[in-house]
Design a protein around this ligand. Structure first.
Ligand SMILES: [Zn+2]
Ligand SMILES: [Zn+2]
Length: 401
């Protein structure tokens, strides 16, 4: 068995992989409510002769192979609260819910990989742990729950691989980056409480709109003056609500925003600064500011060795010309929780049809990945897992190159 054989096997399995993907696409379920999706995955695995267990209510975990060593492959299974507008014949039957982030493709590729790995089970030099993970799109993230429930133990994988479909690449082109790949993503919420009054008698009230304006302007100085300019960071205030008519100063103003960074230390410093400065500015005006961040996913940091390994594997299957460098993005991805625990590599797989220069992006109601990518993604999952186990010590043999 070699990587080319796996590609041929994945291509031969294309119809089945596509049919699984279309079934999942037609029946999307929201984060942590993936009950039918979970049952579908368990059924498919059982048809392949693979026993599975359930974790985090809707997550499905399975193992193929035997031995001391273990590698994990992860696919996320949840959909988004978006009304689909693709007009596809297999479009969502679940109104207001859509697989707009391609997790239907991730799941079907991992199911395809499961089938090929099962066919080669006796040749595997260890265990491949399959993680069908719920709730990627919703804080606290299914990954963090699975880890708490012990998904990275018994057996403990020495490395974990995962992939995401990517509209930025032509179909079948995979991209890799070592180190920081995606950002931490925290949701920020403020309530500024002043004192309402007649707008013509400002001295009898405390104007929360003025406080909000000052706060919005001031907080950007955290990005420009507190952050190391060599460390990427975003602080965006994206929503402001308060007041009704022209002649009333309202009691309260509510703000929402997001904080993104590649560095956990700076992230928590920024959160502390936002809180301190928001409260001080409010206090200066006699108002009160409640700052309530919803802590999201940590930055996604890929392991250099795991990335080298996966990239070389991709090159051996598809040729160097269809493998490229990934430009880090300030998106959030809960695969980062695994990467905090064990060496990890997350890559992207191109799904843009060759005839198009651009296509609707992830989380767009028109998102339509090219299904030709599914066989490639399946073959790559199978190959990285088997190759890793074949190599007695990948961490020694695949250092910086
Ligand atoms: Zn998403
Ligand atoms: Zn996603």
């Amino acid at each position: 068995m070699n990587n080319q054989t796996f590609l041929q096997e994945a291509q031969a399995l294309s119809d089945e992989i596509i049919s699984n993907r279309r079934h999942l696409h037609r029946n999307p379920e929201l984060s942590f409510y993936e009950y039918n999706t979970s049952a579908y995955i368990q059924n498919k695995l059982s048809e392949m002769g693979i026993t599975s267990t359930v974790m985090a209510t809707t997550g499905v975990i399975a193992e193929i192979g035997h031995g001391e060593r273990c590698v994990a492959l992860r696919a996320d299974i949840d959909a988004l609260p978006i009304e689909e507008e693709t007009g596809l014949e297999f479009a969502s039957l679940n109104k207001g819910v859509m697989h707009a982030c391609g997790h239907d493709a991730h799941t079907s590729m991992l199911l395809g990989a499961a089938k090929i790995l099962k066919n080669h089970e006796h040749e595997l030099s260890g265990i491949v742990k399959l993680i069908f993970q719920p709730g990627e799109e919703k804080v606290p993230g299914g990954a963090s729950i699975l880890i708490k429930e012990g998904v990275l133990t018994n057996p403990a994988p020495e490395v974990i691989f995962g992939q995401h479909v990517f509209p930025g690449n032509p179909v079948g082109e995979s991209s890799f980056v070592a180190g920081s790949m995606m950002a931490s993503a925290d949701e920020l919420y403020w309530t500024i409480r002043g004192k309402g009054c007649h707008a013509a008698q400002p001295h009898q009230g405390i104007d929360p709109i003025l406080v909000a304006a000052e706060l919005i302007m001031h907080l950007q100085s955290i990005i420009t003056k507190i952050r190391n300019p060599l460390a990427p960071g975003v602080l965006a205030i994206t929503s402001i609500h308060g007041g009704t008519v022209t002649n009333i100063v309202p009691d309260t103003v509510e703000l929402k925003g997001t904080l993104r960074s590649f560095d956990n230390e700076w992230r928590y410093l920024a959160l502390a600064e936002i809180k301190k400065r928001s409260e001080m500015i409010a206090e200066m005006h006699g108002a009160i500011c409640e700052f309530n961040p919803l802590i999201g996913y940590p930055p996604l940091v890929n392991n250099q060795v795991a990335v080298n390994f996966a990239r070389k594997t991709a090159e051996s299957i598809f040729g160097e010309e269809t493998v490229s460098d990934f430009e880090p993005k300030m998106w959030g991805e809960d695969f980062s929780f695994y990467a905090q625990e064990i060496p990890a590599c997350f890559w992207v797989m191109g799904v843009r049809p060759l005839e198009l220069d651009e296509m609707p992006g992830l989380h767009n109601a028109h998102f339509t990945p090219d299904e030709d990518a599914l066989a490639s993604g399946t073959a790559l999952l199978v190959s990285v897992a088997t190759e890793w186990l074949k190599n007695p010590n990948p961490f020694l043999d695949n250092g910086k190159s």
